[in-house]
Design a protein around this ligand. Sequence first.
Ligand SMILES: NC(=O)c1ccc[n+]([C@@H]2O[C@H](COP(=O)([O-])OP(=O)(O)OC[C@H]3O[C@@H](n4cnc5c(N)ncnc54)[C@H](OP(=O)(O)O)[C@@H]3O)[C@@H](O)[C@H]2O)c1
Length: 310
Amino acid sequence: MSNSKEIQTSDATKLGGSFTLPGTSMTVHRMGYGAMQLAGPGVWGPPRDPDAAVAVLREAIAAGVNHIDTSDFYGPHVTNQIIRRALHPYPQELVIVTKVGARRGADKSWIHDVSRQNLIDSVHDNLRNLELEALDLVNLRAWGNNGQAPGQKSLVEPLAVLVELKRQALIRHIGLSNVTPKQLTEAQTLTDIVCVQNLYNLAQRDDDAFIDDLAEQGIAYVPFFPLGGFNPLQSAALDSVAESLGRTPMQVALAWLLQRSPNILLIPGTSSVHHLRENLKADGLNLLTDALTKLDAIGTKSDKKANEEI
Ligand SMILES: NC(=O)c1ccc[n+]([C@@H]2O[C@H](COP(=O)([O-])OP(=O)(O)OC[C@H]3O[C@@H](n4cnc5c(N)ncnc54)[C@H](OP(=O)(O)O)[C@@H]3O)[C@@H](O)[C@H]2O)c1
């Protein structure tokens, strides 16, 4: 970790400070919200308590969150419909980021699909269900299922479709998800890329060098599964650091990401107002050298023992 020294994150800096997506007028707090958990179990169908889902979104906005990550394949359609119900008409400063490149099978499966027709249909589904005339930022989810390693396929064809939709003013900006540095470089020959959304957290550190490279380019890195995803992080080292700081493990995991690099934007997911409030309090937490050393070791591949804890 390049910044494993004493870093002072100002307590006065709201929600982790702010970040402007490159070449855009979109400035967001570094602590946002990921909406995937708002759909029913398995990200399928309506949640058990739709009013509770609406309450989570409204609480996030009331707390100052201005970056929400979603997709129309969450539910499918359900998550975006809940966002619309809770927040439309949207606050002017709110940036809703969505993703395309998959669809759901009737058996609840996640089907990778970057065909021209699916990308166009997905953009229109997002527009309709979010009730928007244009989408602020669309990530091309390039490959694979959640949690699997990115592939190496060329993105030229699917990206050309998004560029076309951008020209039609249906999309304002483009990002990538589940991609490698090579795929980013190729994509940048076609269009500006403002963010990359890949799997990364305390225990999953494959993108360490990529994050530093993106930081140099001013491109946002948005780790998905920042808390470990469907099975949140479990680590004795994380627990012990949290206990020593009087914080919760999830707050420490998020604070570690905030300190990892200034281009990291957080989108932790939760279906609970209680967890949302807890997570948003991660921003005032300074992790000093001792804590960082213990936390960094969790993701060190050679540290087998630590990895087994996760
Ligand atoms: N690009 C992609 O391919 C991709 C893939 C996956 C996800 N995403 C995006 O990334 C966002 C975040 O991912 P995620 O929500 O799946 O995973 P996550 O943020 O790593 O973790 C969410 C899980 O942690 C639990 N949790 C949250 N706060 C907690 C707390 N304070 N204490 C204990 N448990 C807590 C949640 O349960 P509760 O509901 O009970 O709080 C939920 O089970 C998603 O919303 C989605 O927008 C993108």
